[in-house]
Design a protein. Structure first.
Length: 699
């Protein structure tokens, strides 16, 4: 009982150790690491979020500052002064426009009355140009009027030509001279003096091409058209195509500052003449040249359109804007508006003391597509490389859809200095990645933890199992020593008792002496049987038990062993039935081992029979086996113990009412011997009815 208690106590100890030394620290470590894990994740998230805020703010500032810088580049008086003088040559103007294209803007300049100074086209109202044109020459005007009266009212063309020449001598500027030449040409044409008229128009074409007549038509074009007309009537066969090409190109380039209706008229006029002339001309080169010219975009037309746009949409808004913001003169102003679904962003600034101490307004229209598709993306590209965030522009109505796809990781900011219709959307991929990473880490962490716990539990189970086994075998061994010593003690005490009796009592009867000797012999036999068993067992345990197989008469060995026990059995009151068949063949076996086997089985039958002392021993030949059966009518063996009785040290737990001593080794040795002979052992038993052991030895 005590060892059992001890083992239970030890098991509890193991469980406690397991709980406190393994499970408790494990839970603590797991808790702490999960805690720090989430802490770390949270703080990284917060860090990334604040980074998103800071970076987004700074990105917005950078974009707007960059735009302000671009704006400042253009909005300075130096730049606009280039446009304020009539002297600006067409090539220089084209260069400036090209330069500006790089800055994605179209500039304009207004005077203080909101007249357009730049871009310049025909019919400009601005004071700057009026002064240049109207240089009055009263004397010339009077004489010129006379000449016109001769020509138009009196139709006296010869007189008119004379009067025109008079005007020519007093004309003080080229414009007046050109007027005169036009009059002369016209009059000569009326007089049908075509060659002279051609002379006049040629002179006009060569000397004064840039000058506009009173109707605002340039002499460079009028003269060609007249020459073409004369050509048609007179068939002079002069080739006017190159001159027409030149005029067409100059028109498109804005060589003449004419109004849009004149522009449209001359363009279509020249085109129709060119087409009919080229058709007639044998030179194929003209056709190619004409096609090239057709495809050249007209910068002057763009100016005309832009001016129209300024007049209809912008100037009114500028007036309103400047009225409201009257006191912040020198600052740049911007406004954003849409006309017919086209967005416009205009920046402007007032320049005081610009020309003649007057105030002028310089401004430009942003190329909205360039702003969206190249300027801002370019700036964002630079920022993105620094911060690792993703920036994009989105129209206000699209922002919702864009950010819904990336909740939490994005920020949407409106522009502040520039009234743009877009929002800046900033996405932090790191935050997305963080979530993915965290999930992955959690998974790995959880997996490792589960594996760890499984291993620990498995370890603990193995520990407990081993410990249980160990304690079981300890208990069995202790039982064994207890049993064996008891077993050894009994025969020894008997031997000693009878030995002493023989020694001390001198007048013992012969009968009594014989009995004493008999007991001594039997007990010492039992003793040696037991010691043999122990020795055999220890040999088996050490792997040193050897068998000597010799062919012999198996039946004789069984019979002899039974005979040597017969006296003992009969003395104990056993009724023996013995059936040994005659046809038992000669087989190979270890004689000593088989004797031991039978003795063990017989002594068990003696030990475990109480009331019915009936023993049956049968030896028969069955097919290829020799079958040995030993049956008794003893206490029997419970069904659940039938397999265990062959285990080492195993002894039945049933209380049989009498003390059957033993070591638990007998049947272990029996089984070993049977196995060594290649045989099989079976036991059939019914508690209270008896047991029957059957052993098959192969022949
Ligand atoms: P021991 O007899 O020394 O206890 P054994 O190995 O010979 O050891 O037997 C093991 C157990 O098998 C016994 O303790 C007993 O309970 C049971 N046993 C063996 N033979 C018999 C039998 N003939 N009748 C009833 N029980 C038996």
């Amino acid at each position: 009982m005590k060892p059992l208690l001890k083992s239970i106590r030890a098991q509890k100890k193991i469980i406690l150790i397991f709980l406190f030394a393994i499970l408790f620290p494990l839970v603590t470590v797991v808790y702490l690491s999960i805690d720090t894990f989430f802490d770390r994740q949270q703080s990284t998230k917060r860090l990334l979020e604040s980074n998103l805020w800071i970076s987004s703010e700074s990105a917005l500032n950078q974009i707007e500052n960059e735009l302000v810088r671009l704006e400042d580049d253009i909005l300075n008086s130096q730049f606009f002064k280039q446009f304020s003088f009539d002297t600006l040559s067409s090539s220089k103007r084209t260069n400036i426009i090209k330069e500006l294209d790089k800055k994605y803007s179209i500039p304009f300049l207004l005077d203080e009355k909101f007249n357009i100074v730049h871009p310049r086209t025909g019919n400009d109202e601005s004071k700057i140009f009026k002064d240049n044109i109207n240089i009055s020459n009263l004397k010339f005007d009077i004489e010129f009027q006379k000449a016109e009266t001769f020509e138009f009212l009196q139709k006296k063309y010869t007189k008119a030509i004379k009067q025109y020449w008079k005007c020519f001598s007093i004309a003080k500027n080229n414009r007046n001279k050109a007027f005169v030449l036009e009059g002369i040409g016209r009059s000569q044409y009326s007089l049908k003096k075509y060659s002279l008229a051609v002379e006049s128009y040629k002179l006009l074409y060569e000397e004064y091409p840039k000058i506009l007549n009173k109707a605002g038509h340039p002499y460079g074009i009028i003269s060609i058209l007249q020459l073409y007309e004369i050509n048609k009537f007179q068939g002079t066969n002069a080739n006017l195509i190159p001159k027409l090409f030149d005029a067409y190109k100059k028109l498109k380039d804005g060589y003449w500052l004419i109004n849009s209706s004149s522009y449209a008229f001359f363009i279509s006029e020249i085109k129709s003449i060119l087409e009919s002339e080229i058709e007639k001309s044998p030179n194929v080169e003209y056709k190619k040249q004409y096609e090239l010219l057709l495809n050249i975009s007209s910068s002057y037309l763009q100016d005309l359109l832009f001016k129209n746009y300024l007049n209809t949409d912008v100037i009114r808004k500028i007036e309103e804007k400047l009225l409201i913001a009257n006191n912040e003169k020198k600052q740049s102003k911007r406004f954003f508006f849409s006309t017919e679904n086209k967005w416009s962003l205009v920046s402007l600034r007032e320049f005081t003391n610009f020309v003649d101490n007057d105030t002028y307004i310089g401004g430009f229209k942003w190329e909205i597509d360039s702003l969206r598709k190249s300027i801002i993306p370019l700036i964002l590209e630079n920022i993105s490389a620094d911060t690792g965030l993703k920036y994009s522009l989105s129209r206000e109505e699209d922002v919702g859809a864009l950010t819904a796809r990336i909740p939490g990781n994005s920020l949407t900011l409106s522009f502040r200095k520039f009234p743009l219709p877009w929002k800046l959307v900033i996405v932090q991929p790191a935050l997305n990645n963080l979530e993915k990473e965290t999930k992955k880490e959690m998974l790995i962490f959880g997996l490792l933890l589960t594996i760890l716990i499984i291993f620990m539990f498995m370890g603990a189970l193995l520990l407990i199992r081993d410990f249980k086994r160990e304690s079981d075998s300890m208990r069995v061994k202790t039982d064994f020593i207890h049993n064996v010593s008891h077993e050894l003690k009994t025969p020894l005490s008997l031997i000693r008792l009878y030995g002493e009796t023989l020694l001390i009592k001198e007048n013992l009867k012969e009968e009594e002496k014989k009995d004493a000797f008999h007991v001594i012999t039997k007990e010492s036999e039992r003793l040696s049987h037991m010691i043999n068993n122990i020795l055999d067992f220890s040999k088996i345990e050490m792997g040193k038990r050897e068998f000597k197989f010799e062919k012999g008469n198996f039946a004789n060995v069984i019979r002899d062993t039974l005979n040597s026990y017969r006296y003992h059995l009969e003395k104990k009151g056993f009724k023996i039935t013995e059936e040994i068949a005659n046809d038992i063949p000669i087989i190979a076996f270890d004689k000593e081992a088989i004797e031991g086997l039978l003795v063990n089985i017989l002594s068990n039958a003696i030990k475990y029979s109480s009331e019915k002392k009936i023993l049956t021993i049968k030896l028969t030949k069955q097919n290829r086996d020799v079958l040995l059966q030993v049956s008794d009518k003893g206490i029997g063996i419970p069904a659940d113990e039938l397999t265990q009785i062959f285990d080492r040290f195993y002894r039945s737990k049933q209380k049989s009412g009498f003390e059957a001593r033993g070591s638990g080794l007998g049947l272990t040795l029996v089984k070993h011997v049977v196995n060594s002979h290649g045989g099989k052992i079976k036991v059939e038993s019914e508690p209270g009815e008896g047991s029957s052991f059957s052993i098959e030895f192969p022949i």
